[in-house]
Structures are given as C-alpha cells and as structure tokens.
Design a protein around this ligand. Sequence first.
Ligand code: ZN
Length: 253
Amino acid sequence: MRDFTLSIYIKLLKTMQDAGYTAQTFQDFLQNPLPKAVILRHDVDRTPKNALAFAQAESKMGLQASYYFRIVPVTFKPDIIKEIAALGHEIGYHYEDMDLCRGEIQCAHKSFTENLARLRELVSVNTICMHGSPLSKWDNKVLWKYFNYHDLSIVGEPYFDVDYHKVFYLSDTGRKWNNIGASIRDKVDTGFDINVDSSFHMIDLFKEGMLPDQIMINSHPHRWHNGYLRWFGEFTQQGIKNIVKRHIIRING
Ligand SMILES: [Zn+2]
C-alpha cells in the first residue's frame, strides 16, 4: 500500500481521534493547550488545491487545522484561502520575506508587513510560520533578530513559541517522517527520540499509545496524492531532491 495519499492521511486522523487526541489549531494550542492534543499544521508551499482537499476532509471529520500560505502567485489564491478559512481552519502567513529581499533586513520587514496585510484583507491572521527553502542561503527567521512579530499582533510562530521537549514534532519533509538527512531548515530542538518510519507506522504508534500527549504534525498537502501518476511523479522528484539536499548538508558541514 502506498504512503502519502489522502486516504492514508484520513486514516491517520481517524486513529488519532480514536486514541483520544483532540486536534487544535496552532493559535488555539498557544492560547488554550489541551493535555492530549495534536496540532495539525500544513505548510502550503504549492498546489493549494491539495490543501483545499485536506481542509475539506478534516472539516468532514470535525477537525480544525492550521494552513500556512506563501505569498507567491503559485499559492496565493484568495478563493481557496477564504474557502479553507470558511471551513473553520486557521490561516497563517508562511513567510519568506528574507528570500524575497535577498537578505536585506529593512526590505524584508517592509515586505513582511505588506504581505501580512494582503493576507489579512482576506481572512484574520494571528500566527505565522517561516518557509524554509532548502536551496536558499537566507534563513527567513533571522528577521526576528531585528523585529518583533508581536508588534504586528501575531501571537505565535511554531519555530519560536513551542517547547519541543514537551511537544513531539513530526514533519513530512522529504516525504518521509522526520527525515533528518533531507531537512535543512525544518528542524527543531526535540526532546524525543522516537522513530516514525511511515504513516502506517505512525498509525500503529497511535494505536499502541506509544506517542507523547502533545504532538505537532506538519504535513505539506502538495506531497500527498491519491492519483497514482501524480503520486509517482512526486515520489521520484522527491528522491532526487533528497539526494541534492544530502549533498548540501555535507557541503555545509
Ligand atoms: Zn514551506
């Protein structure tokens, strides 16, 4: 059976619910963390239609998630953003303003402020999350060495406002769960040593009660497909990307 399909994702959510976890948006978790919670975070890097399919599936199951949208034309689709918000999900800004401004801090701050305002014209936005392009030399989080996002009425950023010694972080970066070798920017200082080999394995771990009480699952809907051809395309493409990323990690030490 293939992994990283929408059907497997739905099965994962069902198992999570059966195991007694409540799904919380990131904002909700920051303001009112439940003792047994999963933050369903989605970084919408491209193919926003896939994000909409995820949002509809979650909403049918009575679940709320957080969707972080990039401002670039390939993902900034106002109709889809508003539709996902109308389903009860949280929308956040997946910022990459340091990349857009080639590392110029003042430009990046202006760009961030303007882009946040563009998103806020559509929906209310209270949390943000950096986009980590593996091939970029800029770290978008560096902006916050010079500025404070709370000044823009932002309540949180997952890379700064979560204690990952308490919250178990799982990311599908590289189309594997917590694939350290393929992850350049999407890393947290974790307090857990739990291997998750596949979504099937995660389902088993939920069933066996082997996962911590608070979890953040970061999944990128564009990496998950139900159609076989597109799934295969993503599979081979991601395989090549992982090889390239491993080389970058080796070069950077
Ligand atoms: Zn991203």
